[in-house]
Design a protein around this ligand. Structure first.
Ligand code: DER
Length: 231
């Protein structure tokens, strides 16, 4: 018989600390989804709680776009309909984890290397909701900032982006290399502009506040939310 633990709910085991907080944030965000919505699904360990939370709701007519092959596989296994982003048009909502969230609403994403597709999906959605455990809410952003780089001329690109180094990670699903910028992140807007002006950069993990509609921060026993700058 499945253990219910102190939660008293079958299939919902007791968790503690950051894992419980991730689950609380994910379940609160899953509650924002309604029948018939077009939904962007992020990638990572917090989204691993989101996918079953969405599936459990038994909503009708959901159409989802995934930000990674892993999410597509996991969502499909849970019975969610996953389609190419370009078949869905504008998404109603996208929900994803983050590595850091600062008080101004900037995010750093890409710990799992999926940040380029994640930013495309976040931008394709009317509402983008970030779900994080409480430790991800920081006073100031700090390195690393994940990067995705074209393989062509990558040593030259890394010099332009210095300090930056390739990550020991597989290429992205789009065949690009994953790297990290390791310098200061004192002015995220200035750094984002510098990264975007560098030839060879495909994507970076700084998400500006204007991309984010809501941040759901999981806590022990609940969540708190912060409105983002995107209406
Ligand atoms: O790799 C990513 O971009 C993830 O979304 C990351 O930002 C959050 O991953 P986590 O939920 O495993 O911490």
């Amino acid at each position: 018989m499945a253990s219910t633990g102190a939660t008293g709910r079958p299939g919902r085991p007791d968790l503690s600390g950051a894992e419980e907080q991730k689950r609380n944030a994910a379940e609160a965000a899953a509650a924002l989804i309604e029948d018939g919505m077009r939904v962007g699904l992020g990638t990572g360990s917090t989204v691993a709680y989101l996918l079953p939370a969405i599936a459990r709701r038994g909503l009708r007519g959901l159409r989802c776009a995934a930000t990674s092959p892993a999410t597509e596989r996991d969502a499909t296994a849970l019975g969610l309909l996953v389609e190419p982003l370009d078949d869905l048009g504008v998404l109603d909502i996208a929900i994803d984890g983050a590595d850091q969230v600062d008080p101004q609403g900037w995010l750093i994403k890409g710990g799992g290397g999926a940040h380029t597709r994640e930013k495309i999906v976040a931008t394709a959605a009317r509402r983008f909701v970030a779900i994080v455990s409480a430790d991800k809410a920081v006073e100031a952003l700090s390195p690393p900032v994940p990067l995705e780089l074209l393989a062509f001329g990558v040593e030259h690109t890394l010099e332009l982006l210095a300090p930056a180094q390739l990550r020991d990670a597989p290429p992205s699903p789009d065949g690009n290399l994953i790297a990290d910028y390791t310098g200061p992140v004192d002015d995220p807007a200035e750094l984002a502009a510098r990264l975007e002006a560098t030839p060879g950069l495909v994507g970076h993990g700084l998400f500006e506040p204007e991309l984010v509609s809501l941040v759901v921060i999981g806590e022990d026993g609940g969540v708190r939310t912060r409105a983002g700058a995107k209406a």
